[in-house]
Design a protein around this ligand. Structure first.
Ligand code: AVI
Length: 376
Protein backbone atom coordinates (compact mmCIF):
# COMPACT_ATOMS: atom_id res chain seq x y z
CA UNK A 1 0.00 0.00 0.00
CA UNK A 2 1.54 3.35 -0.85
CA UNK A 3 1.89 5.99 1.91
CA UNK A 4 -0.61 8.38 0.32
CA UNK A 5 -3.41 5.84 0.17
CA UNK A 6 -2.72 4.53 3.68
CA UNK A 7 -2.86 8.07 5.04
CA UNK A 8 -6.12 8.68 3.25
CA UNK A 9 -7.61 5.54 4.73
CA UNK A 10 -6.40 6.44 8.24
CA UNK A 11 -8.09 9.77 8.07
CA UNK A 12 -11.27 8.88 6.25
CA UNK A 13 -11.70 5.09 6.36
CA UNK A 14 -12.96 3.17 3.35
CA UNK A 15 -16.00 5.38 2.91
CA UNK A 16 -13.85 8.46 2.22
CA UNK A 17 -13.58 7.74 -1.50
CA UNK A 18 -17.33 7.24 -1.69
CA UNK A 19 -17.92 10.51 0.12
CA UNK A 20 -15.57 12.31 -2.24
CA UNK A 21 -17.31 10.82 -5.23
CA UNK A 22 -20.75 11.68 -3.84
CA UNK A 23 -19.73 15.25 -3.20
CA UNK A 24 -18.14 15.57 -6.61
CA UNK A 25 -21.22 14.18 -8.35
CA UNK A 26 -23.48 16.53 -6.36
CA UNK A 27 -21.31 19.51 -7.33
CA UNK A 28 -21.35 18.42 -10.97
CA UNK A 29 -25.11 18.08 -10.92
CA UNK A 30 -25.38 21.55 -9.38
CA UNK A 31 -23.09 23.01 -12.09
CA UNK A 32 -25.06 21.37 -14.86
CA UNK A 33 -28.33 22.68 -13.38
CA UNK A 34 -26.91 26.23 -13.28
CA UNK A 35 -25.65 26.06 -16.86
CA UNK A 36 -28.91 24.51 -18.09
CA UNK A 37 -30.81 27.58 -16.88
CA UNK A 38 -28.81 29.86 -19.19
CA UNK A 39 -30.47 30.63 -22.52
CA UNK A 40 -29.05 32.16 -25.68
CA UNK A 41 -29.60 35.71 -24.41
CA UNK A 42 -27.83 34.96 -21.13
CA UNK A 43 -24.81 33.64 -22.98
CA UNK A 44 -24.59 36.71 -25.20
CA UNK A 45 -23.39 40.01 -23.85
CA UNK A 46 -25.19 43.01 -25.24
CA UNK A 47 -23.06 45.66 -26.82
CA UNK A 48 -22.03 48.35 -24.37
CA UNK A 49 -18.69 49.43 -25.79
CA UNK A 50 -17.32 51.35 -22.85
CA UNK A 51 -18.87 49.36 -20.02
CA UNK A 52 -17.70 46.26 -18.19
CA UNK A 53 -18.60 42.97 -19.84
CA UNK A 54 -21.61 41.29 -18.32
CA UNK A 55 -20.69 37.97 -16.76
CA UNK A 56 -23.75 35.74 -16.45
CA UNK A 57 -21.93 32.47 -15.83
CA UNK A 58 -19.79 33.42 -12.84
CA UNK A 59 -21.59 31.15 -10.31
CA UNK A 60 -21.45 28.18 -12.64
CA UNK A 61 -17.74 28.78 -13.26
CA UNK A 62 -16.96 29.03 -9.52
CA UNK A 63 -18.69 25.72 -8.95
CA UNK A 64 -16.92 24.17 -11.94
CA UNK A 65 -13.56 25.29 -10.50
CA UNK A 66 -14.32 23.56 -7.17
CA UNK A 67 -15.53 20.42 -8.95
CA UNK A 68 -12.44 20.26 -11.19
CA UNK A 69 -10.09 20.82 -8.23
CA UNK A 70 -11.77 18.05 -6.23
CA UNK A 71 -11.74 15.57 -9.10
CA UNK A 72 -8.29 16.60 -10.40
CA UNK A 73 -6.58 16.33 -7.00
CA UNK A 74 -8.35 13.04 -6.22
CA UNK A 75 -7.18 11.42 -9.45
CA UNK A 76 -4.40 8.81 -9.47
CA UNK A 77 -2.32 11.19 -11.60
CA UNK A 78 -3.16 14.58 -10.14
CA UNK A 79 -4.03 17.16 -12.77
CA UNK A 80 -5.81 20.48 -13.28
CA UNK A 81 -6.97 22.12 -16.52
CA UNK A 82 -4.74 25.06 -17.57
CA UNK A 83 -7.73 27.36 -18.06
CA UNK A 84 -7.67 27.99 -14.28
CA UNK A 85 -4.29 29.76 -14.55
CA UNK A 86 -6.03 32.91 -15.70
CA UNK A 87 -7.29 34.83 -12.69
CA UNK A 88 -6.22 38.51 -12.64
CA UNK A 89 -2.72 37.65 -11.36
CA UNK A 90 -2.33 34.72 -13.76
CA UNK A 91 -3.33 36.86 -16.73
CA UNK A 92 -0.84 39.53 -15.67
CA UNK A 93 1.91 36.91 -15.19
CA UNK A 94 1.18 35.46 -18.63
CA UNK A 95 1.63 38.91 -20.17
CA UNK A 96 4.93 39.12 -18.24
CA UNK A 97 6.01 35.70 -19.60
CA UNK A 98 5.31 36.86 -23.12
CA UNK A 99 7.77 39.72 -22.63
CA UNK A 100 10.63 37.47 -21.44
CA UNK A 101 13.51 36.71 -23.82
CA UNK A 102 12.97 32.97 -23.41
CA UNK A 103 9.27 32.81 -24.35
CA UNK A 104 9.47 33.33 -28.11
CA UNK A 105 5.85 32.42 -29.00
CA UNK A 106 4.30 35.87 -28.60
CA UNK A 107 7.29 37.69 -30.08
CA UNK A 108 7.54 35.50 -33.19
CA UNK A 109 3.80 35.57 -33.78
CA UNK A 110 3.50 39.33 -33.32
CA UNK A 111 6.34 39.94 -35.80
CA UNK A 112 4.69 37.58 -38.29
CA UNK A 113 1.29 39.23 -37.87
CA UNK A 114 2.85 42.65 -38.43
CA UNK A 115 4.43 41.39 -41.68
CA UNK A 116 1.28 39.78 -43.07
CA UNK A 117 -1.41 42.11 -41.65
CA UNK A 118 -2.15 43.70 -45.05
CA UNK A 119 -2.45 40.26 -46.67
CA UNK A 120 -4.80 39.05 -43.92
CA UNK A 121 -6.84 42.25 -44.14
CA UNK A 122 -7.28 41.82 -47.89
CA UNK A 123 -9.29 38.64 -47.16
CA UNK A 124 -11.66 40.32 -44.68
CA UNK A 125 -15.02 41.42 -46.20
CA UNK A 126 -16.58 44.86 -45.70
CA UNK A 127 -18.67 45.06 -42.50
CA UNK A 128 -17.31 41.80 -41.09
CA UNK A 129 -17.22 40.88 -37.40
CA UNK A 130 -13.90 39.82 -35.92
CA UNK A 131 -14.46 37.17 -33.24
CA UNK A 132 -11.43 36.59 -31.03
CA UNK A 133 -11.15 33.50 -28.83
CA UNK A 134 -9.05 34.04 -25.69
CA UNK A 135 -8.49 37.71 -26.42
CA UNK A 136 -6.55 38.60 -23.21
CA UNK A 137 -5.28 42.16 -23.52
CA UNK A 138 -6.06 42.16 -27.29
CA UNK A 139 -2.54 43.41 -28.09
CA UNK A 140 -2.16 41.48 -31.36
CA UNK A 141 -5.72 42.33 -32.37
CA UNK A 142 -4.71 45.94 -32.93
CA UNK A 143 -2.50 44.84 -35.82
CA UNK A 144 -5.58 43.41 -37.54
CA UNK A 145 -7.89 46.29 -36.57
CA UNK A 146 -5.40 48.82 -37.93
CA UNK A 147 -4.95 46.92 -41.20
CA UNK A 148 -8.67 46.20 -41.70
CA UNK A 149 -10.76 49.34 -41.08
CA UNK A 150 -13.61 47.58 -42.94
CA UNK A 151 -14.28 45.54 -39.76
CA UNK A 152 -17.45 46.84 -38.13
CA UNK A 153 -17.75 44.54 -35.08
CA UNK A 154 -15.29 43.09 -32.62
CA UNK A 155 -16.32 40.24 -30.29
CA UNK A 156 -13.54 39.43 -27.80
CA UNK A 157 -14.21 36.23 -25.82
CA UNK A 158 -12.19 35.49 -22.71
CA UNK A 159 -12.53 33.59 -19.44
CA UNK A 160 -10.91 36.47 -17.52
CA UNK A 161 -13.43 39.25 -16.90
CA UNK A 162 -10.65 41.54 -15.66
CA UNK A 163 -8.54 41.23 -18.81
CA UNK A 164 -11.61 41.62 -21.01
CA UNK A 165 -12.85 44.61 -19.08
CA UNK A 166 -9.60 46.55 -19.41
CA UNK A 167 -8.94 45.60 -23.04
CA UNK A 168 -12.48 46.50 -24.17
CA UNK A 169 -12.34 49.91 -22.53
CA UNK A 170 -9.02 50.75 -24.23
CA UNK A 171 -10.19 49.50 -27.63
CA UNK A 172 -13.47 51.42 -27.37
CA UNK A 173 -11.41 54.56 -26.79
CA UNK A 174 -8.99 53.89 -29.67
CA UNK A 175 -11.48 52.51 -32.25
CA UNK A 176 -14.64 54.58 -31.73
CA UNK A 177 -16.22 53.38 -35.00
CA UNK A 178 -15.99 49.72 -33.95
CA UNK A 179 -18.91 48.05 -32.18
CA UNK A 180 -17.32 46.03 -29.36
CA UNK A 181 -19.27 43.23 -27.70
CA UNK A 182 -17.12 41.54 -25.05
CA UNK A 183 -18.15 38.06 -23.90
CA UNK A 184 -16.92 36.50 -20.66
CA UNK A 185 -17.04 32.80 -21.45
CA UNK A 186 -15.15 29.57 -21.27
CA UNK A 187 -14.75 28.91 -24.97
CA UNK A 188 -13.48 25.38 -24.24
CA UNK A 189 -17.16 24.55 -23.70
CA UNK A 190 -20.21 25.35 -25.77
CA UNK A 191 -20.52 29.04 -26.68
CA UNK A 192 -22.76 31.22 -28.81
CA UNK A 193 -22.05 34.57 -30.36
CA UNK A 194 -23.97 37.71 -29.41
CA UNK A 195 -26.72 38.74 -31.79
CA UNK A 196 -24.67 41.74 -33.07
CA UNK A 197 -22.38 39.32 -34.90
CA UNK A 198 -25.30 37.72 -36.74
CA UNK A 199 -26.12 38.47 -40.36
CA UNK A 200 -22.62 39.61 -41.27
CA UNK A 201 -19.46 37.81 -42.41
CA UNK A 202 -17.37 36.56 -39.50
CA UNK A 203 -13.66 36.08 -39.17
CA UNK A 204 -12.43 34.08 -36.19
CA UNK A 205 -9.06 34.83 -34.61
CA UNK A 206 -7.40 32.35 -32.26
CA UNK A 207 -3.81 33.41 -31.74
CA UNK A 208 -0.97 32.71 -29.35
CA UNK A 209 -0.78 28.93 -29.81
CA UNK A 210 -3.60 28.52 -27.29
CA UNK A 211 -4.96 25.68 -29.42
CA UNK A 212 -1.89 23.76 -28.26
CA UNK A 213 -3.24 23.79 -24.69
CA UNK A 214 -6.13 21.49 -25.67
CA UNK A 215 -5.69 17.75 -26.00
CA UNK A 216 -6.38 16.38 -29.51
CA UNK A 217 -10.09 15.76 -28.93
CA UNK A 218 -10.50 19.10 -27.14
CA UNK A 219 -8.89 20.91 -30.08
CA UNK A 220 -11.25 19.20 -32.53
CA UNK A 221 -14.24 20.02 -30.32
CA UNK A 222 -13.18 23.67 -30.18
CA UNK A 223 -12.68 23.85 -33.96
CA UNK A 224 -16.09 22.27 -34.54
CA UNK A 225 -17.74 24.77 -32.14
CA UNK A 226 -15.94 27.64 -33.85
CA UNK A 227 -17.08 26.30 -37.22
CA UNK A 228 -20.69 26.22 -35.99
CA UNK A 229 -20.53 29.65 -34.34
CA UNK A 230 -18.79 31.38 -37.24
CA UNK A 231 -20.95 29.88 -40.00
CA UNK A 232 -20.39 28.67 -43.54
CA UNK A 233 -18.88 31.84 -44.99
CA UNK A 234 -16.33 32.20 -42.20
CA UNK A 235 -12.58 32.20 -42.07
CA UNK A 236 -10.58 31.28 -39.00
CA UNK A 237 -7.06 32.60 -38.39
CA UNK A 238 -5.15 30.34 -36.00
CA UNK A 239 -1.69 30.92 -34.51
CA UNK A 240 0.17 27.67 -33.83
CA UNK A 241 3.58 26.89 -32.36
CA UNK A 242 5.77 24.57 -34.45
CA UNK A 243 7.94 21.65 -33.30
CA UNK A 244 11.51 22.82 -32.74
CA UNK A 245 14.69 21.96 -30.83
CA UNK A 246 14.23 20.90 -27.23
CA UNK A 247 16.55 23.54 -25.73
CA UNK A 248 14.49 26.40 -27.16
CA UNK A 249 11.25 24.79 -25.99
CA UNK A 250 12.52 24.03 -22.48
CA UNK A 251 13.84 27.56 -21.95
CA UNK A 252 10.49 28.99 -23.05
CA UNK A 253 8.61 27.04 -20.36
CA UNK A 254 11.19 27.52 -17.59
CA UNK A 255 12.39 31.07 -18.22
CA UNK A 256 15.52 32.30 -16.48
CA UNK A 257 13.62 35.03 -14.63
CA UNK A 258 11.31 32.49 -13.01
CA UNK A 259 8.12 34.14 -14.27
CA UNK A 260 6.72 30.85 -15.63
CA UNK A 261 7.39 29.19 -12.27
CA UNK A 262 5.38 31.94 -10.55
CA UNK A 263 2.63 31.59 -13.15
CA UNK A 264 2.44 27.85 -12.47
CA UNK A 265 2.41 28.26 -8.67
CA UNK A 266 -0.19 31.01 -8.86
CA UNK A 267 -2.70 28.23 -9.49
CA UNK A 268 -2.14 27.08 -5.89
CA UNK A 269 -2.52 30.63 -4.59
CA UNK A 270 -5.79 30.93 -6.52
CA UNK A 271 -7.07 27.68 -4.98
CA UNK A 272 -6.15 29.01 -1.53
CA UNK A 273 -8.01 32.26 -2.11
CA UNK A 274 -11.09 31.03 -3.95
CA UNK A 275 -11.55 27.57 -2.47
CA UNK A 276 -10.26 28.03 1.09
CA UNK A 277 -7.09 26.04 0.39
CA UNK A 278 -3.92 25.89 2.47
CA UNK A 279 -1.31 25.10 -0.20
CA UNK A 280 2.22 26.29 0.57
CA UNK A 281 3.47 27.29 -2.92
CA UNK A 282 7.07 27.05 -1.67
CA UNK A 283 6.50 23.36 -0.95
CA UNK A 284 6.23 22.71 -4.72
CA UNK A 285 8.75 23.00 -7.56
CA UNK A 286 7.96 24.12 -11.10
CA UNK A 287 8.80 21.44 -13.69
CA UNK A 288 8.66 21.79 -17.49
CA UNK A 289 9.80 19.19 -20.05
CA UNK A 290 9.39 18.10 -23.67
CA UNK A 291 7.28 14.98 -24.23
CA UNK A 292 8.25 13.71 -27.72
CA UNK A 293 5.61 10.98 -27.75
CA UNK A 294 2.78 13.50 -27.54
CA UNK A 295 4.70 16.32 -29.24
CA UNK A 296 4.11 18.68 -26.33
CA UNK A 297 5.71 20.68 -23.56
CA UNK A 298 4.34 19.67 -20.17
CA UNK A 299 4.20 21.71 -16.97
CA UNK A 300 3.86 20.17 -13.53
CA UNK A 301 4.13 21.19 -9.88
CA UNK A 302 6.25 18.72 -7.92
CA UNK A 303 5.72 18.21 -4.21
CA UNK A 304 8.96 18.81 -2.30
CA UNK A 305 7.86 16.55 0.58
CA UNK A 306 5.10 14.28 1.86
CA UNK A 307 2.32 16.69 2.72
CA UNK A 308 -1.42 16.99 3.34
CA UNK A 309 -3.28 19.87 1.74
CA UNK A 310 -6.85 21.06 2.25
CA UNK A 311 -8.89 22.70 -0.51
CA UNK A 312 -12.56 22.99 -1.49
CA UNK A 313 -13.54 21.27 1.76
CA UNK A 314 -11.43 18.19 1.01
CA UNK A 315 -8.07 16.81 2.06
CA UNK A 316 -5.44 15.64 -0.40
CA UNK A 317 -2.20 13.76 0.23
CA UNK A 318 0.92 14.49 -1.82
CA UNK A 319 3.94 12.20 -1.69
CA UNK A 320 7.45 13.62 -1.86
CA UNK A 321 8.15 13.98 -5.62
CA UNK A 322 4.51 13.51 -6.64
CA UNK A 323 3.45 15.65 -9.60
CA UNK A 324 0.42 17.78 -10.23
CA UNK A 325 0.08 18.08 -14.03
CA UNK A 326 -0.99 21.64 -14.83
CA UNK A 327 -0.52 22.18 -18.58
CA UNK A 328 0.17 20.62 -21.96
CA UNK A 329 1.34 22.83 -24.80
CA UNK A 330 1.24 20.89 -28.06
CA UNK A 331 3.60 21.76 -30.90
CA UNK A 332 2.64 21.00 -34.51
CA UNK A 333 4.08 20.48 -37.95
CA UNK A 334 2.34 22.05 -40.94
CA UNK A 335 0.90 18.63 -41.79
CA UNK A 336 -0.16 17.61 -38.30
CA UNK A 337 -2.09 20.87 -37.90
CA UNK A 338 -3.77 20.54 -41.32
CA UNK A 339 -4.88 17.03 -40.31
CA UNK A 340 -6.29 18.28 -37.02
CA UNK A 341 -8.20 21.08 -38.77
CA UNK A 342 -9.59 18.65 -41.35
CA UNK A 343 -11.10 16.51 -38.58
CA UNK A 344 -13.19 19.53 -37.59
CA UNK A 345 -14.36 20.46 -41.08
CA UNK A 346 -11.74 23.10 -41.91
CA UNK A 347 -9.31 23.26 -44.85
CA UNK A 348 -6.04 25.17 -44.78
CA UNK A 349 -6.35 28.04 -47.29
CA UNK A 350 -3.05 29.77 -46.44
CA UNK A 351 -0.05 29.23 -44.20
CA UNK A 352 2.48 31.81 -43.07
CA UNK A 353 5.63 30.96 -41.07
CA UNK A 354 7.63 33.36 -38.90
CA UNK A 355 11.38 33.77 -38.62
CA UNK A 356 13.14 31.60 -35.98
CA UNK A 357 11.98 30.48 -33.46
CA UNK A 358 9.24 29.51 -35.87
CA UNK A 359 5.50 29.75 -35.32
CA UNK A 360 2.77 29.58 -37.97
CA UNK A 361 -0.48 31.36 -38.76
CA UNK A 362 -3.07 29.35 -40.68
CA UNK A 363 -6.05 30.74 -42.51
CA UNK A 364 -8.76 28.07 -42.36
CA UNK A 365 -11.91 27.92 -44.45
CA UNK A 366 -14.83 25.53 -44.12
CA UNK A 367 -14.55 22.34 -46.18
CA UNK A 368 -16.66 22.58 -49.30
CA UNK A 369 -18.58 19.45 -48.39
CA UNK A 370 -21.06 19.96 -45.63
CA UNK A 371 -20.60 16.70 -43.76
CA UNK A 372 -18.07 18.04 -41.23
CA UNK A 373 -20.38 17.78 -38.20
CA UNK A 374 -20.59 14.01 -38.64
CA UNK A 375 -16.85 13.64 -38.23
CA UNK A 376 -16.70 15.43 -34.87
C1 AVI B 1 -1.51 30.50 -23.45
N1 AVI B 1 -0.64 29.41 -23.87
C2 AVI B 1 -0.60 29.30 -25.33
C3 AVI B 1 0.70 29.45 -23.29
C4 AVI B 1 1.53 28.27 -23.83
O1 AVI B 1 2.58 28.53 -24.40
O2 AVI B 1 1.09 27.12 -23.72
C5 AVI B 1 0.63 29.40 -21.78
C6 AVI B 1 1.99 29.29 -21.16
N2 AVI B 1 2.37 28.37 -20.34
C7 AVI B 1 3.62 28.55 -19.98
N3 AVI B 1 4.07 29.61 -20.61
C8 AVI B 1 3.06 30.10 -21.35
Amino acid sequence: MNPASSRRRDQYGTSADETLLDQYLRLRQHTQALVARLNHEDMAVHSVPDASPIDTQADARDTAFAADVISGLSARHKQLPPKFFYDATGSRLFEEISRTDDYYVTRSETALLRNIAAELAAGIPQGAALVEFGSGESAKTRLLLDAAPQLSHYVPIDISADALDQASAMLARDYPQLRITPVVADFTGHFQLPSGAEGRPRVGFFSGSTIGNFDGEGAVRFLVSARQALGDQAALLVGVDLVKDEATLSAAYDDSQGVTARFNKNLLIRINRELGGDFDPDAFDHLAFWNPVHSRMEMHLVSRKDQIVNAAGHTFAFRNGERLHTENSHKFTIDSFAQLAARAGWSVADTWISDEPRVAIFRLEPHESNDWSERS
